[in-house]
Design a protein around this ligand. Structure first.
Ligand SMILES: C[S@@+](CC[C@H](N)C(=O)[O-])C[C@H]1O[C@@H](n2cnc3c(N)ncnc32)[C@H](O)[C@@H]1O
Length: 255
C-alpha cells in the first residue's frame, strides 16, 4: 500500500537530535557524528518503520548504529519508535542516527574512512519482478561492491527476505561480489537464533505463513570478486574487437 505524504515528517525530523539533516556533507566523517566515534559502526539499509533498530540500538551502546531509508514517510515512524525505546530504558539515544538516503547512491555519501563493521538488509525486495530491475536489488553485486568499499575484511552482512527468487539469486550475488556465505537458512523461525530480532515485515510475512530466508556473509579480500559491471565488460569487448581489427588491417597493409 502506498503511504501518503506526511507534511509534518520533515520538520519533526529536523528537530530530532539523532536525525542526520545533511547526509551529503558527511562523506568521510560519519563516525564523528557520535559522541564515541571509535566504536564500531553498524548500518541498517532500508530501516523502514524502525522496529528493528529500536530494539537493537539501545541494547548495546558500545556500537554506533545508522538506520537509512529513502523516504521521510517511514523514517518519521522510525524516529518515534527509536525515541520511545530509549525513553523506556531511561538512556540517551547517543549511539544511534537515522538518515534519508538512497542506498543506490551510497558512493556519493560515504568514503572508505567511514568504516562499517556490519550491515543489516531486512526485507528490502525489488519493486518489480522484471528481470531488468534486478540491478536495483540491494544484494545485487552492483550494490554489494558499493558496501565493500566501506567494509574491512571479515566485516559481515546480515540479510533476511521473504522472497524465494531474491534469496536464491543472492546466494550467487554474494560470492560474485567477494563475500563468503558463512551461514544460511530457508526457515529462520524453525530454529530461531538468539540474535534474531523480528522486523515489522518479518512479523507480517510470518503471519501469512511465508518462511523467512536469511544468510550471513563475510567480506573476503578483493581478489575474491569475480563480478564485472556488464557495461564495463561490453566496453572492454568493443576495445578488444577494435584492437583486433587494427592488427588485422596492419597485417593486410604489410602483405
Ligand atoms: C519492505 S520495507 C522493509 C522495512 C524493514 N526493514 C522491515 O523489515 O520491516 C523496505 C524498505 O526499504 C526502503 N528502501 C528500498 N529501496 C531503498 C533505497 N534504494 N534506499 C533506501 N531505502 C530503500 C523502503 O523505503 C522501505 O522502507
Amino acid at each position: 500500500m502506498r503511504m501518503r505524504f506526511k507534511p509534518y515528517a520533515r520538520p519533526e525530523l529536523l528537530a530530532c537530535d539523532f536525525h542526520v539533516h545533511e547526509p551529503l556533507k558527511n562523506a568521510g566523517h560519519w563516525h564523528e557524528l557520535y559522541p564515541r566515534p571509535d566504536q564500531p559502526l553498524h548500518l541498517e539499509l532500508g530501516c523502514g518503520k524502525g522496529g528493528f533498530m529500536a530494539q537493537l540500538a539501545p541494547r548495546d551502546r558500545s556500537i554506533n548504529y545508522l538506520g537509512i531509508d529513502i523516504t521521510d514517510k517511514v523514517l518519521i515512524l522510525a524516529k518515534r519508535k527509536i525515541e520511545a525505546a530509549y525513553a523506556e530504558k531511561g538512556i540517551p539515544a547517543d549511539n544511534v542516527r537515522i538518515a534519508s538516503l538512497d542506498i543506490e547512491r551510497m558512493r556519493l555519501v560515504f568514503a572508505p574512512e567511514d568504516t562499517v563493521q556490519r550491515i543489516y538488509i531486512n526485507f528490502c525486495n525489488p519493486w518489480s519482478k522484471n528481470a531488468g530491475s534486478n540491478k536495483h536489488r540491494l544484494t545485487h553485486p552492483r550494490q554489494l561492491l558499493q558496501y565493500r568499499m566501506l567494509m574491512p575484511e571479515g566485516a559481515e552482512i546480515y540479510f533476511k527476505t521473504d522472497d524465494d527468487d531474491l534469496f536464491r539469486d543472492s546466494l550467487g550475488y554474494f560470492p560474485a561480489a567477494g563475500f563468503e556465505i558463512t551461514w544460511q537458512t530457508c526457515d529462520l523461525h524453525k530454529d530461531e537464533p538468539d540474535w534474531n530480532i523480528r522486523t515489522e515485515h518479518e512479523g507480517m510475512f510470518t503471519e501469512q505463513g511465508i518462511p523467512i530466508k536469511a544468510l550471513i556473509a563475510r567480506k573476503l579480500p578483493d581478489s575474491a570478486v569475480t563480478w564485472q559491471e556488464p557495461k564495463a565488460l561490453a566496453r572492454a569487448a568493443e576495445e578488444d574487437e577494435a584492437a583486433d581489427a587494427d592488427t588485422a588491417q596492419g597485417k593486410e597493409a604489410d602483405d
